[in-house]
Ligand binder design. Structure first.
Ligand SMILES: Cc1cc2nc3c(=O)[nH]c(=O)nc-3n(C[C@H](O)[C@H](O)[C@H](O)COP(=O)(O)OP(=O)(O)OC[C@H]3O[C@@H](n4cnc5c(N)ncnc54)[C@H](O)[C@@H]3O)c2cc1C
Length: 386
């Protein structure tokens, strides 16, 4: 079986248009991204120059309406994330941060002027965005943030630091969340604003084909027009994270599918004891268990996508999806690595690269522990994380 998602005929759940979008994205990645991935990963390189091509492909802010965005349904967006992450989580991260965090924050909470200024260029991949919520001392608990914005006449003065910010060092515009006297507020900080610096975080063992930075704000003066006027309180950045998590729960299916496809092909070709290793019962048990988990994850993703399209998805349902699909994907990636034996530790094959990437995916956008507690709270009414 070429595609393990054919086991349950997952494509039959999709419309023709959704399948067409999925295969267009897959073709682009096969042509422009996949051949170069081992090198980019090894050299910790994200090819920024591909951003306009991703823009032309229509995947940047693709689920948003207007301002040059494609305005597709949730499942189409999810399928694009699935294919991006089947190539590499770094590419899906780039698209998620650009569309679901940076663009979404402007689209939902920005003024008309902010939308006109940034969204068309971001959709085209001409301007890159990032989203700064996490700080060195506050990750799972962003409510404790120390980054602060204080009014000075009509202006704001911003001080603080943000950590682990995807696209931070290449971004033209940063959505930055800061505590103010009136609660958490969002600000748009363009690259080059005096006092704003971004430093690339080096020596990552995960998401190497993605760029991650630490942002510093030292008496950064911002005009009143830099504030996102409709963002009030921590609920605003958390709503953006929910958008991005939705892409992740599809993306994880893609990473796992790529690993399983790799293991199936390898198991067929690799001969030990005079027969293909995929003929051994122990290997088949691994393959069958992984195919079941993968197809279940895909069913869950499509189900949640349909709920989102009907505008009735709840945050704890997205937590179920992110928790399950990333957990299953990382287990599948590691198991596939074993089927490849020693070759499994080489960058020539994808499973260990995916497994390493998925370590980040398990942690960012809410750790697996926090999503477990969100589900626990939904079941019991008791918040155990505070
Ligand atoms: C590659 C990468 C890219 C990222 N990109 C971005 C980005 O673009 N923008 C952004 O804002 N952030 C980004 N992040 C940050 C990410 O969202 C945080 O790392 C994440 O929220 C966890 O925070 P932390 O690392 O500080 O871990 P901590 O919050 O310190 O957690 C450490 C451990 O303690 C556990 N823990 C914490 N609190 C509880 C609790 N109440 N109960 C049980 N267990 C708990 C956690 O689950 C985890 O296992 C990125 C991270 C990575 C690795």
């Amino acid at each position: 079986m070429k595609d393990p998602l054919d086991l349950l005929d997952i494509p039959s759940l999709l419309t023709e248009e959704e399948r067409e979008i999925q295969s267009t994205v897959a073709r682009f990645l096969a042509d422009r991204v996949r051949p170069n991935l081992p090198e980019w990963y090894e050299n910790a390189h994200f090819p920024r120059e591909l951003a306009p091509e991703l823009g032309k492909l229509g995947v940047l802010g693709m689920h948003l309406e207007g301002y040059g965005c494609a305005g597709t349904g949730a499942v189409s967006y999810g399928l694009a994330c699935l294919e991006l992450e089947a190539a590499d989580s770094g590419f899906r991260s780039f698209v998620s941060v650009q569309g679901s965090l940076a663009m979404y924050s402007i689209h939902r909470y920005g003024s008309e002027e902010q939308k006109q200024e940034w969204l068309p260029r971001m959709a085209a991949g001409e301007a890159i965005g990032c989203f700064g919520l996490t700080e060195p001392d506050f990750g799972s608990n962003p409510a404790g943030m120390r980054t602060r914005a204080v009014r000075d006449g009509e202006d704001w003065i911003l001080n603080g630091a943000k950590m682990w910010i995807t696209n931070g060092a290449i971004a033209d515009i940063a959505t930055v969340w800061a505590a103010t006297e009136e609660g958490v507020r969002g600000f748009l900080v363009p690259r080059g604003t005096p006092g704003f610096t971004a430093h690339e975080i080096k020596r990552k063992l995960s998401l190497r084909a993605s760029t991650t930075a630490e942002l510093s704000f030292d008496d950064v003066r911002l005009p009143a027009s830099a504030q996102l006027p409709h963002a009030r309180g921590l609920g605003a950045p958390l709503s953006c994270l929910n958008e991005a998590r939705f892409g992740i729960l599809f993306g994880a299916v893609g990473a796992a599918r790529d690993c399983l496809q790799t293991a199936l092909a390898y198991g067929d070709a690799r001969i030990q004891f005079d027969r293909p290793i995929s003929g051994f019962q122990l290997t088949q048990r691994k393959l069958a268990d992984m195919a079941v988990a993968l197809n279940n994850a895909a069913l869950l993703a499509v189900h949640l996508g349909r709920l989102k399209e009907q505008d009735r998805i709840r945050p704890e349902q997205i937590s179920v999806g992110k928790l399950n699909n990333v957990r299953e994907a990382i287990a599948i990636a590691r198991e596939c690595r074993t089927i490849l034996g020693a070759n499994g530790i080489s960058l020539e094959y994808s499973p260990l690269r995916h497994a390493n990437n998925l370590e980040s995916v398990l942690t960012y956008e809410g750790t697996s522990e926090i999503h477990t507690l969100v589900v626990g709270q939904a079941l019991t009414g008791l918040p155990a994380y505070r």
